[in-house]
Design a protein around this ligand. Structure first.
Ligand code: UDP
Length: 414
């Protein structure tokens, strides 16, 4: 069975039929996606399923990855932080390196990029390629995966000089975007229900997870899965847990990735360990980055999932938990607001006290916990699965190629 057909039992035949219908206008279209890493991070994850699905639909899609120098990545990291609001002046020498690396990559990719019908450039790293493709004949789209709602102005102005050359841009949330002289599109991220992170697991595997992580199946489990990052507020989660623990015999799981390559991650992890002290019911579980089934199992054996971030781009962990029928208690910020409809698919909170109140409420009202969990799953089914994401990409490609035409009659391949 081909990949798309495997989604039929989840989303229904019509959804897949619609994708095929939309794609019929785009057959043979040359589409090139460019980002800066083949693995690690949400962008690479999305591209790794998006490209094969587009190919299966008859689109000539490919994925190119630019290569850079340590100074280049230093520069783009500063850029990333500044675009997300950090006041930071980037030295000219680093910006020159950014430009040089983009020029070098453009040399090797130029013919492919100039021949493509659509080029999708992801994030700031390869954004300057466009300047070095003067004979481009297709439409160029800049896909921004980060929150540029309150950027450090000088850095945004620098990047904007490149971004304004594009024919369109895509953003995850309207509030993350900036005014630009081309059409701006909104496409929210999504999860793949068939990936190891989200696929159904059998009871044996779930039972093994209790044993493996030393959890008691008879007592409620409250979980937060996230990198050890201050913006994810793990300390606030522990505080909420303690407020609940005074009344109910709960267990807390804080599951996060290995922090060895991230000095700040290690520091936050050390602080979290210190705050947890010798409490046997706080389980800090550090997992390798490919422990997808383990995270899946932990989310499934939890009663409630918390994502108490104080700043959050989208929060795939929220989507993943909701898909597993878990009510999510999330920080009232960024993309969490898009997913957690307060009192319906979960609760939005602004403090550890608020989180504690909602945890107690849900544990005391199991019927509400089930009801909210079921609504959460349905909400993800309707809004945040990759089939919706793919449909929006296909629609966008049609829109970009059709310009101001009122009707889309037939493929317009140049
Ligand atoms: N994740 C993981 N292992 C960890 C921590 C997180 O696999 O130890 C995954 C998590 O399941 C989710 C992604 O990494 O798929 C994190 O995405 P999210 O949007 O929640 O947060 P980000 O880390 O991008 O800020």
């Amino acid at each position: 069975m081909n990949r798309l057909d495997q989604y039929v039992p989840i989303v229904g035949e019509d959804v897949i039929g619609q994708l095929r219908q939309l794609a019929s206008y785009l057959k043979g279209l040359k589409v090139v996606h460019v980002n800066s890493t083949r693995e690690g991070g949400g962008v690479a994850e999305i591209l790794s399923w998006l490209i094969p699905l587009k190919q299966e639909l008859g689109i000539d899609a490919s994925w190119e990855v630019i290569t850079g120098t340590p100074q280049f990545y230093q520069c783009t990291k500063y850029m990333h932080n500044a675009l997300q609001g950090q006041q930071f002046e980037i030295r000219d020498a680093l910006l020159k390196e950014y430009e040089r690396v983009n020029e070098l990559n453009a040399e090797s990719l130029r013919s492919k990029l100039e021949e493509a019908d659509i080029v999708a450039i992801h994030d700031p790293q390869p954004a300057a390629l466009i300047e070095h493709c003067p004979n481009r004949r297709g439409k160029w789209i800049w896909r921004c995966h980060i929150d540029v709602s309150r950027p450090y102005r000088p850095v945004w102005r620098y990047l904007r000089q490149r971004v304004y050359l594009y024919d369109a841009s895509i953003w995850s949330l309207s509030e993350f975007s900036q005014p630009l002289p081309h059409p701006l599109y909104l496409i929210a991220p999504s999860i793949d229900p068939l990936s190891p992170k989200n696929i159904d697991l059998d009871t044996d595997e779930l039972n093994r997870a209790y044993d493996r992580f030393g959890l008691d199946p008879r007592r409620p489990i409250i979980t937060q899965v996230s990198r050890f990052d201050r913006f994810k507020d793990p300390q606030g989660v522990i505080r909420a847990y303690r407020l609940v623990k005074a009344f109910l015999p709960i267990q807390l799981v804080l599951a996060g990735g290995g922090a060895s390559d991230d000095p700040e991650g290690e520091e936050v992890l050390a602080q979290v360990r210190a705050i947890a002290g010798d409490d046997q019911d706080i389980h800090i579980i550090v997992l390798p980055s490919d422990a997808h089934r383990e995270i899946n199992a932990i989310q499934r054996i939890s009663d409630i999932v918390v994502q108490k971030s104080t700043r959050e781009g989208f929060g795939l962990t929220v989507t993943e938990a909701m898909w597993k029928g878990k009510p999510v208690i999330g920080g009232d910020t960024g993309g969490i607001r898009l997913q957690v409809v307060n009192h319906h698919t979960g609760f939005l909170v602004n403090s550890p006290e608020g989180a504690a109140l909602r945890i107690r409420y849900l544990l005391k009202h199991r019927d509400r916990l089930e009801e909210i969990g079921a609504k959460a799953r349905q909400f993800v089914l309707e809004n945040f699965l990759i089939t919706r994401h793919l449909r929006e990409y296909l629609t966008l490609m049609l829109a970009v190629l059709s310009g101001n035409q009122d009707r889309i009659e037939e493929p317009r391949l140049t």
